[in-house]
Design a protein around this ligand. Structure first.
Ligand code: DON
Length: 312
């Protein structure tokens, strides 16, 4: 056992308790009404190594929905289904500096495609690229892919969160209509949004998320089974987007303070990884004004400093 792993085992519970209080500096997301029921002061983390062993601390029994973290994996599936040329004819590769659901740049900059696959407009365009003859079939393929990566065959979407977002997602609807008008979306707006809202509502826990991060940390090969699940090139693309856009407008600051590829979701979840070593899943539902978990970001800053994890 490495001394780093031992340090994680000793220190993680303490670091979690030190960071938990940071929740007071944020708020639980309420624009999807169902998300507001999450416990604001919860904080839990799972770190998983290449043998599938875990260090677990805090409220890891809390289940949450993937929200924007799902966008990393729908991007990968769309790349596996279509290849790079098709995907990057519909979404760009650049950060926006705007909020994740902003419409602002869609009309301002040529070509009129969403800037990247991790903002809502980009992820909606990506959802339309998932192969399948119906929204049901496309979502079934997404869920199957998530189950494969997590080793969790019971993974499902949360009906209440899905219903809540579907009923209130007016901004996403308007983004989707705009993309349809521009010829970026295939099919029907409601069909595309149905797949998008469902994959955002897939419910899991920190262990599932750590396992997904672990596969990215090992360049697409599941280190526990040795089975290759994602081509290395697509993992490379996903990790690059996570570094440049994964924490939205705070991606630059996160790169400086933590220095790891990461993706956050409005449920207060973050998936990150230490390349070649660990997958990490955390949840802390209270969000800072950029939409990232306040306590979760604080915890990752502490860990990265202590364990010298920055890639830069
Ligand atoms: O479309 C939405 O607004 C949500 N389903 C996902 C947004 C999200 O998670 C942004 N993350 N920080």
């Amino acid at each position: 056992m490495t001394s780093e792993w031992q340090r994680l085992q000793t220190k993680l519970p303490e670091w979690v308790e030190q960071s938990r209080h940071e929740y007071i500096h944020g708020k639980v997301a309420a624009y999807i009404p169902e998300l507001s029921k999450a416990p604001a002061d919860a904080l839990g983390m799972v770190v998983m190594n290449g043998a599938g062993e875990t260090v677990v601390a805090g409220d890891t029994e809390v289940h949450f929905t993937m929200q924007s973290i799902s966008k990393v994996f729908t991007l990968i599936l769309a790349l596996m289904d279509n290849g790079e040329d098709v995907v990057f004819s519909k979404v760009g590769m650049e950060p926006t500096g705007d909020r994740f659901n902003s419409m602002l740049k869609l009309e301002l900059v040529e070509p009129g495609i969403p800037f990247n696959p991790l903002i809502n407009a980009g992820a909606i365009a990506v959802s339309s690229l998932i192969r399948g003859n119906s929204p049901e079939e496309r979502f079934a393929r997404v869920l199957q892919f998530f189950r494969l990566l997590t080793h969790n065959d019971t993974l499902e979407y949360d009906q209440d969160v899905y219903d809540s977002e579907s009923a209130t997602g007016h901004l996403n609807r308007s983004l989707a209509y705009f993309l349809m008008e521009k010829g970026i979306l295939r099919g029907h707006v409601e069909d595309v949004l149905d797949v998008y809202f469902r994959h955002c509502a897939v419910k899991l826990n920190c262990t599932d998320l750590a396992r997904m991060g672990l596969i990215l940390a090992y360049n697409g090969r599941d280190p526990v089974t040795g089975i290759p699940l994602i081509p290395r090139r697509y993992v490379q693309i996903a990790k690059t987007f996570m570094t440049t856009c994964g924490m939205y407008d705070a991606s630059g600051e996160f790169a400086i303070q933590v220095g790891l590829p990461a993706k956050s979701g409005v449920s207060g979840s973050i998936m990150t990884m230490v390349p070649g070593r660990y997958g990490i899943g955390l949840v802390g539902p209270s969000l800072n004004r950029m939409g990232n978990s306040t306590a979760g970001v604080h915890l990752l800053e502490t860990m990265s400093r202590d364990l010298d994890w920055s890639l830069f």
